[in-house]
Design a binder for this molecule. Structure first.
Ligand code: NAD
Length: 479
């Protein structure tokens, strides 16, 4: 079978690239090559930036309604091609079909929400704040935005960036993860007749080449990255040279605080979904359970039962598969190394604990218990189907332990106690705190981190603010 070679998408058309190199795109459930993508160069980024700058002159001056109409058409195109996008995303990222379908639905909803939100923006009232002078706030696009996306939610993360970036009147140069470019390239193709040429440009390739060129490019005004802390640091450092704005959605290590009064079945269901969904490759994954010692054994027993019953396999086997492979051989090996380190530190596996034999990049869903205080598996992001369980004996200690991580993306509290449910979110240093839930998203609500998880917000009207700039216009009308 010949595999397609997929081109960049620049100025509304395919572009083969300034260099001849390509890279393999692999189905992680089988390890087979399913396509090749261009390995872009700094010259390809130059070409994309030039196209984006040209397109910005018109796109940025359109009315919010005009841009919104286009984004609504983009959402409709995504829905019309949902089945194809689900198949691509599932094959390239190893996602169970139901999860891939949720991602595609979330993609359409993001474009639709941003189309509405940009027509309903609010700001300080225009008025005479200084006598004889009228002040107004104008919201303007930032210009050309560079967007760099990860492999765990390739299409959805592209939409979380493109929705507010384009709604706010910017144009974009987007680099998908080298492992998962398929759905983003297909999206660019699908909307090529809807967006004016140059508004969305996609350049595929390595982070160290294409990503670095975007971060340092003088023609890019803001760079937005979703990825690891290391990539975020590299981008922020490179962006400093041109003082471009930076928007960073980085890693996480979400604590799940379980009090003795919690509904333990709800906790176990929640951890199964939010800890092992997408094979744990989720920046908000419910990966670190901190449970009241009094209910530790009970919770572990419920979790083990559910984990053992979870259907794991290639997503192509059918809709019943709840957990697929990890995204790549390298990542599978990283997760296995993290497990070996946890065992060397003294942890034991209540269930799972290794990579099974056979094709594809699978790791067994794993629950780690008996973990010594401060072990790396409780503080470092593993980004695989691995959930750790630690205990606490009082509320204050639980809060201290939950905050004892360099990350600050998300956390959850499980309790039936109203005082705790109301007071604990304020004591937890994370961008999102759920109570009796984990990994539930609303397009209307902001998502983003504090501490090493980065800064800037996705989703909601806050993302529109992040991708625009304010201008104060003051008119003196008193002689
Ligand atoms: P990664 O950092 O390896 O790659 C992310 C993107 O950055 C890729 O497109 C990559 O090519 C690019 N990149 C890498 N080095 C770069 C450099 N020096 N300059 C510019 N670009 C560079 O991350 P990943 O492995 O694809 O994704 C997993 C990580 O993403 C995890 O840490 C996860 O927590 C995080 N993530 C965060 C969120 C969030 O909303 N906060 C969402 C999804 C994933």
């Amino acid at each position: 079978m010949t595999r397609p070679v997929l081109d960049h998408h620049i100025d509304g058309a395919p572009w083969q690239g300034a260099g001849p190199a390509t890279q393999e795109v692999v189905d992680p459930a089988t390890g087979e090559v399913i396509a090749y993508a261009r390995r872009g160069t700094a010259e390809d980024v130059d070409r994309a930036v030039a196209a984006a700058r040209r397109a910005g002159a018109d796109w940025g001056r359109r009315t919010p309604k005009d841009r919104a109409d286009v984004l609504l058409a983009v959402a409709a195109a995504v829905e019309e091609h949902a089945a194809e996008l689900v198949d691509l995303e599932s094959r390239n990222a190893g996602k169970p079909l139901g999860l891939a379908a949720d991602d595609v639905a979330g993609t359409a909803d993001t474009f639709r929400f941003m189309a509405g939100a940009v027509r309903a923006q609010t700001a300080l009232a225009a008025g005479e704040y200084v006598e004889g002078r009228t002040s107004t706030i104008v919201r303007e696009p930032v210009g050309v935005v560079g967007a760099i996306t990860p492999w765990n939610y390739p299409l959805l993360m592209a939409a979380w960036k493109l929705g507010p970036i384009l709604a706010a009147g910017n144009t974009c140069v987007l680099k998908p993860s080298e492992q998962t470019p398929l759905s983003t390239l297909r999206l660019a193709e699908l909307v090529a007749g809807l967006l004016p040429a140059g508004v969305l440009n996609v350049v595929t390739g390595d982070g160290a080449v294409v990503g670095a060129a975007i971060a340092s490019h003088p023609g890019i005004d803001l760079v937005s990255v979703t990825g690891s802390v290391r990539s975020g640091q590299a981008v922020a450092a490179a962006a400093a040279a041109t003082l471009k704005r930076v928007h960073l959605e980085l890693g996480g290590k979400a604590p799940v605080l379980v009090f003795a009064d919690a509904d333990l079945d709800a906790v176990a269901d929640g951890v199964l979904f939010a800890g092992f969904g997408n094979s744990g490759q989720d920046c908000g994954a419910a990966c670190r359970v901190l449970v009241d010692a009094a209910v530790h054994d009970d919770l572990v027993a419920r979790l083990v039962k559910r984990i053992e019953a979870m259907p794991v396999g290639a997503p192509s086997e059918g809709e019943h598969i709840e957990m697929g492979p990890l995204v790549s051989r390298e990542h599978r090996d990283r997760v296995v190394a993290a497990l070996e380190r946890a065992f060397a530190d003294g942890a034991t596996a209540a269930v799972g604990g290794k990579a099974p034999d056979g094709p594809g990049f699978f790791v067994e869903p794993t629950l780690l218990v008996d973990i010594p205080d401060g072990a790396a598996c409780t503080t470092e992001e593993i980004f695989g189907p691995v959930v750790t369980v630690e205990t606490f004996t009082d509320e204050d200690a639980a809060v201290v332990a939950a905050n004892a991580t360099p990350y600050g993306l998300s956390a959850s509290v499980w309790t039936e106690n109203a005082r705790r449910a109301a007071s604990l979110p304020g004591r937890l240093d994370f961008g999102t705190v759920w109570v009796n839930d984990h990994l539930a998203f609303a397009t209307e609500m902001p998502w983003g981190g504090v501490k090493s998880s980065g800064y800037g917000r996705d989703l909601s009207a806050y993302a529109l603010n992040d991708y625009s700039r304010t201008k104060h216009v003051m008119v003196k009308h008193q002689a």
